[in-house]
Design a protein around this ligand. Sequence first.
Ligand code: ASP
Length: 369
Amino acid sequence: MIRFLMRLTGLAMLILASASVALAETEAKDDSSWSIAIHGGAGTINRDKITPEKDAEIRAALSKALEAGSKILKEGGSSMDAITATITLLENDPNFNAGKGAVYTWDKTNELDSSIMDGSDLSAGAVAGVTATKNPILLARAVKDKSPHVMLSGKGADQFSREQGLEQVTADYYATPRRLQQIEEVLAKQVSAADVDYKFGTVGAVAMDSKGNMAAGTSTGGMTGKRWGRIGDSPVIGAGTYADNRSCAISATGSGEYFIRLGVTHEICTRVRMRFFAARDEVQATVPKDKDGVPEYYVHASEFSLEESDVQKIADDVIAELGELGGTGGIIFATPWGQAGYSFNTPGMYRGRANSEGQQSVSIYGDEE
Ligand code: ASP
């Protein structure tokens, strides 16, 4: 279903009403509207695996991050600043697999991946396999804003980080006893990173600001026990992160190889964009034409929005296809029409969302809102 916004002139309204177009919504879009969604990873997150204390700790961390992003958006700040602040907080929290608390590689090192994208101009920045930056999302943003490139990796990315004056840390900064124990178990069993279920905890945020600009970002330590310079989807634009003002902003988490193969975040945005323009064309086709076949009115994209259920279905379809390939995980989305939501095929996903209409919630398990 399409929702029609009251941006139309009286003439256009008359024409469209006479063309019997279903106008589900006639309220003007509030220019100060905003929305944000965040995640802290998806996986086999079941109630029996999390103590009540940990459950409360995670919810408090998600709430704090969500509030930080919401505050920026409420005060008229940009979606880019909101997601950067949100992700930085989650990176600093040892409960998540990003920044402090990142998982270990096979060699017991930390190699961090991150990416960020601005939907207003499709500018993007990403880093892979960085080893000494306290907040990789700030480095991804520096690549976007201060370099002519989109993606830097390894030693070069570390060097660029130092040159940009970003805060550097030694390896012990990232370390936590829990991550150490996990890598010890993986090494003892000699299992592949792909078969390990310690990967969840990747963080991400997506938002729409009061100007209608979309932004998305993702940050991760990757998979426990990863080898050979393995890079997942999180720093890959179009797989782990994507933002486009014409459709949506998406951040992903899960088994990265599958997200790359399906190009999940770009795929969802593309389907949303196509659905949106198809809906507009359907209405345009109902506008009366003069004797020369010229429509009396050209319907403009700014006059429409997709319903949240439309976007939800597209996201669910792509996540279902991911599942058919063998992939697990999920995504968060924000749309230019103020919606924020999730889709995942795992038992749980650390997540939260808020908007200018007063919606605000954090959830962990699949059966929650
Ligand atoms: N997608 C990340 C990766 O494959 C891991 C995760 O999201 O849990 O590196």
